[in-house]
Design a protein around this ligand. Structure first.
Ligand code: NOJ
Length: 531
């Protein structure tokens, strides 16, 4: 398996949110030259690939997820030349570069939409989804936008409504139209030809909507105070079967190149998520699995979800696990800084490609953003529900200097108040830091094929504890994790598990031999070499 495994199976993916990673030109917003200047760090950390959130021209209504030109770089982030230099430098360091591809919608400033909205007879009219008003003049049906309000925006120029799954400034493309597909596949080729090693497909389960425009049904589990979007079930606006054909077509484009990866952003229950591997594996290589973000953090839920996911994977499908991203509260804030170390051990020892989010490796937490500095459109469209994503998007903390070494200017979002202590420079040489833990876990995983591609065998155990073995070709590890905040006895039913601890969350038990049952302190996890 090791030799045949692809880089995206063995490797670790690190998400870079370019606005907040490193600013080289002093405007307070990160840029591509900044990313290039920090590749040395990523190589030192030991990750294999970076996924870059959007850096394309955009009016920034949704911070780049509203693209007005798919084949260029926003001046805030640099130029195409900066992208080429980034790729060249990354490849020189054996790092892969994954580009964010936003297929569901463009910006309302994209020339395609400008043309489409200009008249009912525009040759690009059908590139977007236009419908007449309902008989009462209101929106064509009850569909809701994820970022608040109706998903239909009326447009005075032509007296019709257009559909937008997200913001009104993010009109949905019409993927039923072959011309749209061809234009978008050309975009894929553009970045592949420039050396991109693959794509993360944004919001890919939203590509199609019901052609008959049937109303979405009410959600019986909706409670007042929940995100209003969830008042309805997205039965007719997401996860439609037409998706399979498009995924296969995108995949065929990638397959025309060597060793590229296709990752899908899909928030669906496991049983539906796995459909995005496609028919006989002709879809995404990695439909992103967000269960570690979504599940309650205790051994019962996490253990059950690992088992359910492993069982649901189609033949030949490769698993993956995501611990954080720019849309969800940070792991250190979700489960606390001590459990975040346990989560690191879990992420990097489970079977499947791990995806980490920038800053989680130094223990960054969510930063409270004063209302007058709020940036995220969700915060402004659906205020007061805590849906805004600014807290997890604050600048990367590099050192204890001004602005944490992120910028010489004023950062676009405020820095965490503990940035002088929680930063790369301070943690790099600290033998007990979370950064040291991440780096050692990554090094161990890189050195041990059993941890990269070995099989996963649960080790049943009582209490708020998780246990499993990873094994390959006679080499074998036990991973034991305490998901609780009290000391617990790890007493597996299988009594013959014995060997030296290779690594532990607290970084103080390496070399200690455990045998049968042993104590795990609060928030402690260990990786034991069995064979
Ligand atoms: C998912 C992206 O991760 C998120 O940041 C964005 O707002 C939506 N898709 C819309 O593109």
């Amino acid at each position: 398996m090791t030799e045949q495994a692809h880089w995206w199976q063995r490797g670790i993916i690190y998400q870079v949110y370019p606005r907040s990673f490193m600013d080289r030109n002093g405007d307070g917003v990160g840029d591509l030259a900044g990313v290039t200047s920090r590749l040395e760090y990523l190589e030192w950390l030991g990750v294999d690939a970076i996924w870059l959130s959007p850096f394309f021209p955009s009016p920034m209504a949704d911070f780049g997820y509203d693209v007005s030109n798919y084949v260029d770089v926003h001046p805030l982030f640099g130029t195409l030349g900066d992208f080429d230099r980034l790729v060249a430098e990354a490849h020189r360091r054996a790092l892969k570069v994954i580009v964010d591809f936003v297929p569901n919608h463009t910006s309302d400033e994209h020339p395609w939409f400008q043309e489409s909205r200009s008249s009912r007879d525009s040759p690009r009219r059908d590139w977007y989804i236009w419908r007449d008003p309902a008989p009462n003049g209101g929106p064509p049906n009850n569909w809701l936008a994820i970022f608040g309000g109706s998903a239909w925006q009326s447009d005075t120029t032509t007296g019709q409504y257009y559909y937008h799954a997200f913001l009104p400034r993010q009109p949905d493309l019409n993927w039923r139209l072959p011309e749209v597909r061809d234009a978008m596949y050309d975009v894929l080729r553009f970045w592949l030809d420039r050396g991109a090693d693959g794509f993360r497909l944004d919001a890919v389960w939203y590509l199609f909507e019901d052609e008959q425009l049937r109303d979405n049904p009410p959600n019986p589990d909706y409670r007042p105070g929940d995100d209003p979007y969830h008042a309805l079930l997205a039965a007719f606006t997401s996860d439609l079967p037409e998706m399979q054909e498009v995924m296969a077509e995108m995949r065929a484009v990638l397959d025309g190149y060597d060793e590229r990866v296709m990752i899908g952003e899909i928030y669906l229950p496991i049983e539906r998520l796995v459909a995005y591997y496609g028919v006989n594996g002709n879809g995404c290589h990695l439909p992103a699995n967000f269960q570690l973000i979504l599940q309650p953090w205790d051994a019962a839920h996490i253990g059950a979800v690992v088992d359910r996911y492993e069982a649901a994977l189609p033949d030949g499908a490769w698993p993956n696990w995501v611990l954080g991203n720019h849309d969800k509260p940070r792991v250190a804030s979700r489960i606390g800084p001590a459990q975040a170390r346990v989560a690191a051990v879990l992420l990097l020892t489970l079977r499947g490609t791990p995806t980490m989010y920038q800053g989680d490796e130094i223990g960054m937490h969510d930063v409270e953003i004063p209302p007058d500095r709020a940036q995220d459109p969700i915060e402004r469209h659906v205020p007061g529900l805590g849906l805004g994503r600014d807290p997890e998007r604050t600048p990367m903390q590099w050192d204890s200097g001004p602005q944490a070494g992120f910028t010489d200017g004023t950062p676009w979002l405020p820095l965490a108040d503990d940035a002088a202590r929680v930063n790369v420079a301070a943690e790099r040489d600290d033998p007990r830091s979370i950064l040291t833990l991440y780096r050692r876990l990554i090094a161990l995983r890189r050195a041990e094929p059993a941890l990269q591609v070995g099989c996963y065998v649960p080790v049943p155990v009582e209490g708020n504890l998780l246990g499993y073995r990873r094994e390959l070709d006679g080499s074998e590890f036990l991973v034991a994790l305490n998901l609780g905040d009290i000391e617990q006895e790890f007493a597996p039913r299988q009594p013959d598990l014995r060997g030296p601890i290779e690594l532990s969350t607290h970084l103080d038990r390496t070399g200690e031999t455990v045998d049968g049952s042993f104590r795990l302190r609060a928030h402690e996890a260990v990786v034991v070499r069995l064979k």
